[in-house]
Structures are given as C-alpha cells and as structure tokens.
Design a protein around this ligand. Structure first.
Ligand code: NAG
Ligand code: NAG
Ligand code: NAG
Ligand code: NAG
Ligand code: NAG
Ligand code: NAG
Ligand code: NAG
Ligand code: ZN
Length: 812
C-alpha cells in the first residue's frame, strides 16, 4: 500500500463533525465509500501502469505474444516470425563459414591486427570482425576479455625404439609424423600458421617406456586390464578415441601409475564409410584420411571446467564479479589437468605401434565383448594384442607445451527487451583447434550470424523483444569451456536473477540429422520451433525439421558452453545441431579436414542445413523472447524427474541382482566398487520418499502449466476495456507465473555441489564422472550406486528430496 495515501484516509475520517446536518453519519459513510472507491481505482490503474506496463503495453490484441510499437505503428509476432524464418540464407552462411575457416583461431589468438605481421585486409581479427558485423546488423556489441591459463604447443615427437639384442644400443624403428597431409584439393590443409597436433592442457614431458593397448581407456577398460594381470605402472597407454571424454582416459591412466598416453582415431569407429568397406578416403571420398588427427583438450572436464588455475571461492559465490580477471587471486595448484604427457595421433601413425604388439599379451578379442568391437585396423595387419610391448621395444613420447596466462575474448551482443529482468542468452564458440573448423564450431558461428542478422532486421522494422536477448561468441571453449565459464562466473548474480534460458549451438551443421539435448522445461518450445521450419531433406518434401526428426531429446551432459549455465547456475539450456548420420561421410572431428572444402563437398553441400538451423534457432528465440507467458512446461520436468528416478532404481536392481548383458552395457565407464557400505534396502526405501515428493511436485507443476494455459486463453480472447479488475488480475497472474517458471530450475541447485566435484551444483544434471560428454541423471544417486556406498545414497536422497520439496513450494 503506497504510504502517502494513509494521511488522506485519516483526514477524511477525523474531519470536523458537521452538526448542522442530521444525516451526517450517512454522509460521512458515503464520502468514505466514494473516496475509497476512487483510491482503489487509482491504485489499480497506477499498479497496472507502473508495474505491469511492459507486459500490458506490448500485449498484441487477441494474441499471447507481445506486440511492439514503433513510430505509432505496431509490429506483430506474425511479422517477427516471417522475418526470422525468411532472412537466413545458405549463401550468407557459406560466406561467414568461408571467413571463419580462412585462418587459425585458437583460443586467445586472432584478436586484432596488431598481433599480425602485416595488416592485410583479410587479417582483420575474428573477435573484432564478429563484433563489427553484429554492430553493422544493428546489435549493440562489445568484447569482454579474461586472463586465462592455457597452453600453446612448442614441440613434440613420438618414436618407437628397438634393440636387436640386450647389449645393442636403441635404434629408432619408427618415427611418427604427427602431421596431417597437405591436400591439393583442400586449401585449409596448407594454410600458413596451421595448428600443430596436440592436446589442450596436456602436461609437458619426455618419457620412454613400454606400452599397452587399453581399448577406449574407460574406467572399466582399465579394470579389465587389472583383472587380466597386465602391468600398467610405468607404461605408456595406447588408447582409441571414442566413448568418453579424452581427458578422462588420461586421468585414469595417470591414477594407475602410467607415464604417458597416446590416443589415436581407429577407423573401426567411423561407421559405414571406411576404406575397408571400399570407400575412397578424403578428399577423393567420404572415408577418413589416414593422416587425420583429433586434437582436443585433456582437461578433467567432469571435475571442473574453466580456467584450471582459477577456482571460485565458495564463499565468494554471492559476491558480484569474481571471474578470472587480471589480478584476481589464483589457486596455486589445480586438480583438473593431467600430470602425465599425452599426444593425439592418426591411424597411419598408430599402425606400426599397434603392430609391434602383435603376439604380445592377450588378444583384445579374447578379453570380453567390449574389447571385441570396432577393431578397424585388422585389414592392415594389426592383431590388437594388449601387450605390454616386449623388453626390446619402447616408445619415446616427448611433449613440450608453453603454459601462459593470456587474454581471451568473448564477443557479447545485446538487444534490450522491455522487461528489465528477463533475459535469453544464445551462444556459440568461435575458437577452433584448427585453421578451419567449418563444423566445429564455425557452422554454429555462421548460423548465429544469420540469426543476429535476422534479429537486426526485425529490430529495424520496429520490433523490440519483450525479454532482453544476449548473443555470445565464446572464446576458449575447446580448452575447457573457458570463455563461457568465466563469463557465467562474472555475471552469476545477474544471471541467477534474470536468465530465463540459454541456447547453445556448437556444431550447428555437419550432416542431415537433427539432434538436441534440453532441460525438460524447454522440450515443448523446442519441438514447436522445429515444426516451423521446412526440412532441407529432398526426399521428404513439405515436411518440417520436426517431422523428419525422431523427436529424441537427450539430457544435458557436458562438452560445450551450456555447462556453466545448466550445471553451475541452474539455468535451463538447449544444445542443438544437425549432425552426421552413422552411414554418412566421416566427420574428421578436430582435424585439419574439418575444413571449408569438406563442408562444401561432404558435410553440408549447398549449406542448406546451416540455413535450416538458423531458422530453427531464430524461431525458438522469437518464441522465448516474445511470448508474454514464458513458454515452459513444468509438468514435463516433473515427469522427466520421475523417469530418471526409475533409471536409478533399475541401476540399483542390476547392481544387486545377477546382471543381464544389457545391464552390464549401461554400467560401462562407471566405477564398480566391490565393498558395500550401508544398506541398499534402506537406500531403496529412501527412493520411495523421493518418488512421493515427485508426485506432489507433479500436481503443483500441472497447476502451474494450467494457470499458464488459462492466461494464454485470456490473452487470446481478450478482455473488454472497462474490465480493469479482470485485467489487473490477469497481469498479476502472468507476472507470478513467469517468476515461478524463471526460477524453477534453480531449485535443483545444491550449494555444496556434487561429491568430489563441488563446482557442479545441479542435483539432476551433470556430465557422467567417468564419461565426460554424456549426461548423468541424479549423479549423487548414480555415483553412490557405482561405489556401492548406500549411506552416501541416503545423504543424496535427503538433498534431492529437499530440492524437490523446495520446487513444489515455489509454485503458489
Ligand atoms: C586470424 O583470422 C584471419 C581470418 O580467418 C586469418 O586470415 C588470419 O591469418 C588469422 N590470424 C592469426 C594470427 O591467426
Ligand atoms: C628426451 O629424453 C631422452 C633421454 O631419456 C633424450 O635422449 C632426448 O634428447 C630427450 N628429448 C628431448 C627433445 O629433450
Ligand atoms: C572471497 O572471500 C574471502 C573470504 O570471505 C574474502 O576474504 C575475499 O575478499 C573474497 N574475495 C572477493 C573478490 O570478494
Ligand atoms: C610462450 O608464450 C608466451 C606468451 O604467448 C610468449 O611470449 C613466449 O615467447 C612463449 N615461449 C615459447 C618458448 O614459445
Ligand atoms: C540497453 O540497456 C542498457 C542498460 O539499461 C543500456 O546501458 C544500453 O545503452 C541499452 N542499449 C540500447 C541499444 O538501448
Ligand atoms: C531424408 O528423409 C528420409 C525419410 O525420412 C530418410 O530415409 C533419409 O535418410 C533422409 N535423408 C537424409 C540425407 O537425411
Ligand atoms: C506448441 O504448439 C502447440 C500446438 O500448436 C500449442 O498448443 C502450444 O501452446 C505450443 N507450446 C509452446 C510452448 O509454444
Ligand atoms: Zn566445439
């Protein structure tokens, strides 16, 4: 109640009695009644005008979308949609792709001309170029710098040494080339200053040791080796890429006392299009080029992303602005990067090394079925023996990295909305491991540019979004999501308050298959957006992206810039893109052959899928930023939580009872302890309590969705101009619904974080501790079951139940 109104009421009440009139009591009553009515009406109008103005003013008549006014003319959602769906073109996307892939842009490089030997026109930096483009398209943009600790490659070598007899000296039997072939057809492969093959955050070192083939290097693969009695300590691991995040392969090797790791790309994991199956190799055909090397970070991503020397002090979480800025205090040591050297190699370089193991130690095929799959080099004479290598054969692995604290640059664009505290963030990273990077990440960069160009056009035509839109071109993603993590840490208080959703596009187009992960709150609006865009698939004319898509939405894991938003700040996220099909051309991830030429010939000829994703992203952004009621689905979230709980129960069952083959497969990559702590029955009982709380949440969540549907119907049907009370009621309801939707996901944050990785705060979504990319649900439960520590499971039942109850109580 506004306080200045109180004296007015008192004046009326204590006014001098007018004795001359007999009906004074009646008159006084009338006066008070009239005054009260007047005050009531004024307060209502004032409330409406002041607090709900942004919603009300921008209400499109008979529509649940906001309407913009510009120079006395209105701009409807229909017009907005038309601009967002018709502006992006394949030709433009192709042009941006060509620009981004025309020179190296490793994290922290390529800021401005002053770092270049010659200020050539084409050498304008990618950070500045991106900012200039966004500004030219009408979006306010700036560059945000962070000082981060990263490594650049200096030197490396990998040699196999042999000794013909005990007394002889060691000879170099094979020296790996560690470089990728320059191809006449593909100019990116010959660019000056192309990036050497190396691992981000790998340790420098020079080790000489026998070696062991460790399959994919998962936790369970190493367990199998221990069980088979293979010596690991003091040896170098030869691992295949695939399955889990590469840093976790190095992590486990290091924990078991191995002294180095070599990771290669086995064509057995390339699907249908292999040389063995009769396909020509890139650039002549769709199969992998034998010299292609997968670079990448070996940070322990599932433990903590971001600058490894910069840890947010738990006590500072509420302090605004605590990112990795120059001069900020740094942790002296880090637990998120390896201490043993590692190196990535091609399969051409791997063949002689693997062949040296022929006849030594057990055959992989004999170990178990997980070792007997995708062995793609048999036709080259590799027998896949595990080793260790005989006494007369060793590897020398030399890796020198220059660790330095250097700035990197996020480009941030803003389109102000009319509601001050509701924000949608859309991001893609700009840095790549290679000079090209046509799919990862610059298909996403080209797509983001097309979306920004479309939004700029809409703004020019008179649109102002209801919610503020923030665009981000992240730097340093490849090393460990560094640019986005630092930004989220810097703006955490603001994001916690205002960020409604984050949409990520990393590899936006590398093939025809639409794939998405999302927090379940966003499932519905994502599905709707895919139904607004026609699929470029020629054989399915007239069908939308949504029609062609199988509709699977996976859970949020890690491996791209949504991680800090979803897992640290509790902001619902979407990650999406068109990926390659298993029977499609081989996508040579993080190699020089992820180039413009490859994209143009094999990945997305004609750039049609670039265009399609720009339209899906534009449509999605249009919905999220312009619907009056935030387009979330809370009931779907509650249902998903219920489904995840069933997964926990299934896992518990399969751990206690004799496992079927299928169960074992889902457990691969996990830690299986042999010792039981606590009672699994008590733990199972506690899951029933959680199930009950979820039922209560489901009821409340459906009520919230019901109120949202009611509000949307009211908005569509409209209210007569004189029904001020009805309108105020509606607008207050909408403001409440939006607040409850906006903060819903935050209820699932636990301040203490997950066991042994406190940076991760979300109790439902996290990367699997030993998978890295793939999402784990209820990580607290899953890891307790893996460790057979049911007391810890009980602890998590308490924590998770409190989060669910809090979420239930947040709905009023
Ligand atoms: C920066 O990027 C541009 C455009 O792709 C490229 O031409 C240039 O060589 C790069 N400069 C450096 C120093 O990497
Ligand atoms: C690596 O160490 C070996 C001895 O173990 C030495 O002969 C070799 O020169 C070293 N390599 C480099 C590049 O330092
Ligand atoms: C972080 O927290 C510590 C302990 O409360 C305090 O001494 C320090 O000044 C804080 N740092 C910042 C940047 O707020
Ligand atoms: C390491 O990087 C720093 C900063 O980029 C540079 O000044 C220095 O010359 C580099 N050192 C080597 C050995 O490459
Ligand atoms: C957007 O809003 C911010 C904060 O209110 C303001 O500083 C900025 O100038 C605005 N930008 C535009 C383009 O109006
Ligand atoms: C196009 O759609 C058809 C039918 O859904 C499917 O069989 C085919 O694989 C798709 N083609 C591509 C290139 O995705
Ligand atoms: C999605 O589309 C359906 C059918 O057109 C519509 O009823 C629903 O409101 C939409 N939901 C969202 C979240 O936009
Ligand atoms: Zn990427």
């Amino acid at each position: 109640m506004p306080s200045e109104l109180t004296p007015l009421i008192q004046t009326v009440r204590v006014g001098p009695p007018r004795r001359r009139y007999p009906h004074q009591t009646c008159r006084r009553f009338c006066t008070i009644a009239c005054t009260c009515l007047l005050i009531g009406a004024s307060v209502t109008i004032a409330l409406q005008a002041l607090f709900l103005w942004p919603y009300q003013h921008h209400h499109g008549r008979h529509s649940h979308y906001a309407m913009s006014w510009h120079n006395g003319k209105s701009f409807s959602h229909k017009q907005l949609r038309s601009i967002l769906l018709n502006t992006p073109t394949a030709e433009n996307a192709r042009e941006w792709s060509r620009y981004y892939t025309s020179g190296p842009h490793l994290a922290g490089k390529n800021y401005s001309q002053k770092f270049l030997p010659r200020a050539l026109e084409a050498d304008v930096s990618k950070a500045e170029w991106t900012m200039d483009k966004w500004q030219a398209w009408g979006v306010e943009a700036s560059i945000v710098a962070y000082d981060v600790y990263i490594n650049y490659p200096v030197d490396h070598s990998l040699s196999m040494l042999k000794q013909s007899s005990k007394a002889e000296s060691w000879n170099v039997a094979f020296k790996a080339s560690l470089t990728e072939d320059v191809l006449d057809e593909d100019p990116s492969t010959a660019l000056d200053g192309r990036v050497p093959t190396f691992h981000g955050y790998s340790a420098s070192g020079n080790v000489t040791a026998p070696f062991v083939y460790v399959n994919y290097g998962t936790y369970r693969d190493f367990e199998d080796l221990i069980e088979a009695g293979i010596d690991l300590e003091g040896n170098i691991a030869i691992a295949k890429y695939g399955g889990i995040f590469r840093g976790l392969k190095v992590k486990r090797a290091q924990e078991l006392g191995m002294v180095g790791a070599v990771i290669y790309s086995d064509p057995g994991d390339d699907g249908e299009k292999t040389e063995e199956n009769g396909y020509e190799q890139y650039p002549k055909g769709p199969a992998r080029n034998p010299s292609s090397v997968q670079r990448g970070s070996v940070q322990f991503l599932s433990v903590r992303p971001g600058d490894p020397h910069f840890v947010v002090d738990e006590r500072n979480r509420s302090t605004p602005g605590y990112p990795s800025k120059p001069g900020a205090p740094r942790a002296p040591v880090d637990d998120s990067t390896p201490s043993i050297p590692s190196i990535p190699i091609s399969y051409a370089d791997a063949i002689p090394i693997l062949k040296a193991l022929n006849g030594h130690g057990p055959r992989a095929t004999k170990l178990n079925k997980y070792w007997n799959r995708n062995l793609g080099l048999g036709y080259k004479g590799v027998e896949y023996n595990i080793g260790p290598s005989p006494d007369s054969v060793v590897l020398n692995l030399y890796n020198e990295q220059n660790y330095t604290t250097t700035p990197l640059w996020d480009v941030i664009g803003v389109v102000n909305g009319t509601i001050p505290n509701e924000v949608i963030v859309v991001g893609n990273h700009r840095d790549a491991w290679i000079a090209g990077g046509a799919a990862d990440p610059n298909s996403g960069s080209a797509i983001l540019n097309e979306v920004i160009r479309s939004v700029g056009k809409a703004v020019e035509a008179g649109w102002q979004p209801l919610r503020t839109i923030v665009f981000a071109s992240w730097d340093g993603e490849e090393y460990g999501l560094v640019g986005s993590t630092e930004w989220v840490e810097e703006y955490l208080p603001w994001l916690s308050d205002a960020n409604v959703a984050y949409i990520n596009v990393d590899v936006g187009a590398a093939g025809p298959r639409f794939q998405a992960s999302a927090a379940p709150l966003l499932n519905r609006v994502l599905r709707n957006a895919t139904n607004l865009v026609l699929s470029p698939n020629q054989t399915t004319e007239g069908q939308t992206v949504g029609d062609v898509w199988d509709g699977t939405i996976t859970t949020m894991g890690s491996g791209s810039d949504f991680t800090a938003f979803q897992d640290f700040a509790g902001i619902p996220c979407i990650d999406m893109g068109f990926k390659g099909a298993p029977d499609g051309p081989v996508y040579q991830y993080h190699s020089n052959y992820d180039s413009f030429h490859w994209m143009d010939e094999y990945g997305d000829p004609g750039f049609k899928y670039h265009e399609a994703l720009a339209k899906v992203l534009g449509a999605l952004l249009g919905e999220l930023s312009n619907t009056i009621v935030i387009p979330f689905g809370a009931a779907e979230y509650a249902d998903a939580l219920d489904g995840y709980l069933s997964k926990v129960e299934d896992k518990l069952k399969s751990t206690r009872e004799p496992t079927s083959d299928a169960d074992v497969f889902t457990l691969r990559g996990a830690v299986l302890s042999r010792d039981v702590t606590g009672s699994s029955n008590a733990f199972e009982e506690s899951l029933k309590t959680v199930r009950k709380s979820l039922a209560a949440l489901r009821v409340k969540a459906a009520e919230l969705d019901g109120r949202a549907a009611w509000a949307n119907r009211k908005l569509e049907n409209g209210l007569p101009w004189w029904n001020i009370i009805g309108k105020v009621k509606l607008w207050i309801t909408i403001a409440n619904i939006n607040t409850q939707y906006k903060y819903f996901e935050r209820n699932f944050l636990f301040e203490g974080g997950l066991d042994s990785r406190s940076w991760f705060k979300h109790v439902v979504f996290a990367p699997g501790l030993w998978t890295g990319y793939a999402g784990a649900v209820y990580p607290g439960f899953m890891e307790s079951i893996d460790a057979k520590d049911y007391n810890n499971g009980l602890k998590w039942a308490g924590i998770i139940d409190r989060c669910i109850v809090k979420a239930t109580e947040s709905i009023k």
